[in-house]
Design a protein around this ligand. Structure first.
Ligand code: ADP
Length: 400
């Protein structure tokens, strides 16, 4: 069975085609700069690879270009779109009502469009690609949608409510939603497998550390808290996003610099975080490099980042009353041994102890344990695979 996973952004469309029997990635890549000059990246399992500019006026053009690569010429991996048995769509925000992986219908698409204010950059593009697929593929092609917010809908009210007047929650749905749910779900299930334990018996903290980062408390396989909140800016300091910030500071800055709401919004999501503090870059590789050359601001940004991660780990362990496993994932979580080490500093007393040698060796897509033999908490590095999780959820829903 072939499952096509689609992840649309406002000006991009990423894709991966799986042969599910052996989870082989037949082809994968992305289209970028849709509506501007257009660019496509395509790789197939036989080693064919291309990265080229091509006009992509809209998502439909991008989709057709991807299908062309999949079905024709040297790049071909299937004879026709009819060989795609199922499609799994990723949607960032499901709002309050769309939680579990769901079959795509016009009602579901319209609900995603009604929720567009929650994720304005993504929702309309994602709904648009779903409309397109419903139109292009026969009814026999099963289509599912998986929501990034879905996994966190098990959070209790004490975790998801802000201290705002209650009517904002009732009237506008203002609450903590949490993000990267597909990733937290995937790595927590994978961790239980690696540990040979029933996930229902485990208390875990999963740290998704990438350009965007979030930390999640997973109790018995269910998310009970997440550092990202109403939007994807809350929580820990990220590449260019602030993380948690006192709202009165933003009000003060807006008044002082006569900034509009849009300017503040741009500043907290694009000019802040590691980039804002270091003044160097949002990319961790640049930060590590600068630190090696003695750059104090880079070291400061790293200290803020790791300190905040430690605080979340501590608070979530206390919120759950215990901790069995700590998992690191995503670009930084999988690759930066120094950030992982700094994130668990001074935690030996609480039973979290990593083995420095194992930690150093765990890079580039490797999966395994980095805790010391006498660590009460098992510490794992697990490469995230959101596309595979979407494909697996799609197949599971199809067979239900
Ligand atoms: P996104 O949130 O955009 O999906 P990623 O999960 O790809 O982000 O993570 C991007 C971050 O991971 C960047 O800060 C990047 O520097 C970092 N990263 C990627 N590869 C490495 C590496 N080999 N060593 C250290 N950091 C890395």
């Amino acid at each position: 069975m072939n499952v096509f996973v689609l992840n649309a952004g406002s000006s991009s469309l990423k894709y991966r085609l799986y042969r599910m029997e052996d989870q082989l990635v037949l082809a994968e890549g992305g289209t970028e700069r849709i509506g501007l000059d257009g660019r496509i990246k395509y790789t197939n399992h036989r080693g064919f690879s291309v990265k080229t500019d091509c006009p992509l006026p809209d998502h439909e053009a991008a989709f057709n270009e991807i299908i062309k690569y999949l079905t024709t010429g040297e790049s071909k991996v299937i004879d026709s779109p009819a060989e795609i048995n199922a499609i799994g769509h990723r949607v960032v925000h499901g709002g309050v009502r769309l939680v579990y992986p769901t079959e795509v219908t016009m009602d579901v698409i319209e609900e995603i469009e009604r929720n567009r204010d929650f994720a304005p950059l993504h929702s309309m593009a994602q709904a648009g690609v779903m409309r397109l697929c419903l139109k292009m593929f026969p009814a026999s092609t099963f289509e599912a949608v998986v929501f990034d917010t879905g996994f966190h809908q098990t959070m209790p009210p004490e975790a998801y409510l802000f201290g705002l007047p209650y009517h904002y929650f009732k009237d506008y749905g203002i609450r903590r939603y949490g993000f990267h749910g597909i990733s937290h779900n995937y790595v927590s299930e994978r961790a239980a497998k690696l540990l040979g334990r029933d996930i229902h018996d485990l208390k875990m903290i999963t740290c998704h550390l990438g350009n965007g980062s979030s930390i999640c408390a997973v109790d018995g396989g269910r998310s009970i808290d997440c550092s990202m909140g109403f939007g994807p800016v809350d929580g820990i300091v990220m590449g260019t996003r602030t993380g948690q910030v006192d709202p009165t500071a933003l009000i003060y800055i807006a008044k002082k610099d006569h900034m509009t709401i849009d300017e503040i919004s741009d500043m907290i999501s694009k000019q802040s975080g590691v980039l804002g503090i270091s003044g160097i870059s949002s990319d961790d590789r640049d930060i590590e490099n600068a630190m090696e050359h003695g750059n104090e601001q880079a070291a400061l940004a790293r200290r803020v980042q790791s300190y905040q991660i430690r605080k979340y780990i501590g608070s979530y362990a206390f919120a759950m009353g215990d901790l069995d496993a700590l998992v690191f994932t995503a670009g930084l979580g999988e690759n930066s041994a120094s950030l992982r080490a700094a994130s668990v500093e001074k935690m030996e007393h609480y039973g979290i102890k990593i083995d420095p040698e194992k930690n150093e060796k765990m890079i580039r897509g490797k999966e395994g344990e980095i805790s010391a033999p006498d660590s009460a908490v098992r510490v794992l590095v697990i490469p995230t695979n959101e596309e595979l999780k979407i494909a697996m959820d799609t197949v599971a829903l199809m067979h239900r």
